[in-house]
Design a protein around this ligand. Structure first.
Ligand code: DQA
Length: 146
């Protein structure tokens, strides 16, 4: 059994009503409940944290290391394009992670095409709205049980 943490950055608490053309109509709670059910059915434990501030996300990464989390699925949201601090936290704890985006960031504004995480991630999944998280979870479970 692995412990998997899903970490979501700023404004993702507004999913469902926030720019639905980009991010879809499902709420974060709906997406996370589906993920939790799937992880549980596969015999894994899944926890979920959403924070709007950078420092709280860094703290959540540190806590994950203390609690023995095996894998992280992270959507750093706007911090994807700015946060050296969050990148350094993930490097420090050495927990393998998948970077996830709901929207197709490569097809959006140029500033969104810079990620401080992609080069150190296990992999990156973008553009499938809420399903991006499920694809990331399936990829992690496939790594655990090939
Ligand atoms: C996002 C893409 C980011 O550019 C944006 O700032 C977000 C959400 C996504 O999931 O598509 O908040 O990470």
């Amino acid at each position: 059994m692995a412990s998997i943490l899903v970490l979501n950055g700023p404004n993702l608490n507004l999913l469902g009503s926030r720019e639905p053309d980009q991010y879809g109509y499902r709420t974060l709670q709906e997406i996370m409940e589906e993920l939790g059910r799937f992880a549980g059915a596969c015999g894994h434990e899944l926890d979920h944290v959403q924070e709007n501030s950078e420092g709280d996300l860094v703290e959540a990464v540190h806590k994950a290391a203390h609690e023995g989390v095996g894998y992280i699925i992270i959507n750093p949201a706007a911090y994807t394009h700015t946060s050296v601090a969050l990148r350094d936290a993930l490097l420090a704890v050495r927990i393998p992670f998948v970077e996830v985006h709901l929207s197709a960031v490569a097809a959006r504004e140029p500033f969104r095409q810079v990620s401080y995480f992609s080069d150190i991630a296990m992999g990156v999944i973008t553009g499938f709205q809420g399903e991006s998280y499920m694809l990331a979870l399936q990829a992690i479970i496939n790594q655990i049980e090939p």
